[in-house]
Design a protein around this ligand. Structure first.
Ligand code: NI
Ligand code: MN
Length: 225
């Protein structure tokens, strides 16, 4: 299994010829490491409805025929937009695919799609190959991160650290401690001026105060956990 950081909160997971995209915001993303026209996708997982997460989901799904998973209100919007294979769980729900599974867990944030559909934001627990990946979505620090970390043995946590719209890098250290992932990859920073932060300082703080290893990926870089 390999993780490629596509910039901002967008990731590509590949395993055994299967490609799973999470929050593929590429068009208009100043840090995008790929274009919406070139990425492959068997499945697209969306944490919440904000434009910097929904991104190019509909266009990529239509071009590739990928299955799309999002919380029910966003899923319904995707169906209306002509996406054919849509999965519509709610918080707590797990959807099984041929390649693994995806579960929606809580995130503390707000969310309305660019088209105006109000929805509850989520995080994603993704199993692919023998790895469990936790994409936190956009969230503040909250106590149930500890519960999620207890319930799932997380190999890699994808944690927002940019502040302003999400937890900042200091709160993200506490989040990493609570989740207890084997490895942590920071995201959702340096894309826009309000979320510029010091990822190396975050990495040092996490490694000094938790058992997690931090991998800071530049957009386009890959990591095999
Ligand atoms: Ni958001
Ligand atoms: Mn965001």
């Amino acid at each position: 299994m390999e993780i490629r950081f596509l910039g901002h909160s967008a990731f590509e997971l590949t395993h055994d010829g299967v490609t799973v995209l999470i929050d593929p915001f590429l068009t208009g993303n100043p840090k995008a490491a790929a274009s919406a026209e070139e990425v492959a996708a068997d499945a697209i997982l969306v944490t919440h409805g904000h434009g910097d997460h929904v991104g190019d989901t509909v266009a990529i799904a239509k071009r590739t025929g990928a299955s799309v998973l999002a919380i029910v209100e966003i899923a319904e919007e995707f169906r209306g937009d002509g996406v054919e294979k849509v999965h519509d769980p709610n918080l707590g729900g797990t959807v099984h695919f041929g390649w693994g599974s995806a579960k929606l867990v809580p995130a503390w944030h707000t969310s309305t799609t660019p088209k105006g559909t109000v929805n509850t934001p989520a995080g994603l627990i993704v199993t692919i190959g023998s790895s469990t990946i936790y994409h936190l979505g956009d969230t503040s620090l909250f106590g149930d991160l500890e519960l999620i970390g207890r319930r799932h043995a997380i190999d890699v946590a994808l944690i927002p650290i940019g502040g302003h719209y999400t937890m900042d890098r200091e709160d993200a250290v506490e989040a990493a401690r609570m989740i207890g992932a084997r490895q942590v990859i920071p995201c959702h920073y340096d894309t826009f001026p309000p979320i510029v932060t010091d990822a190396q300082a975050f990495a040092a703080d996490v490694e000094n105060s938790t058992a997690s290893e931090v991998i800071v990926l530049a957009p386009g870089e890959r990591h095999a956990p």
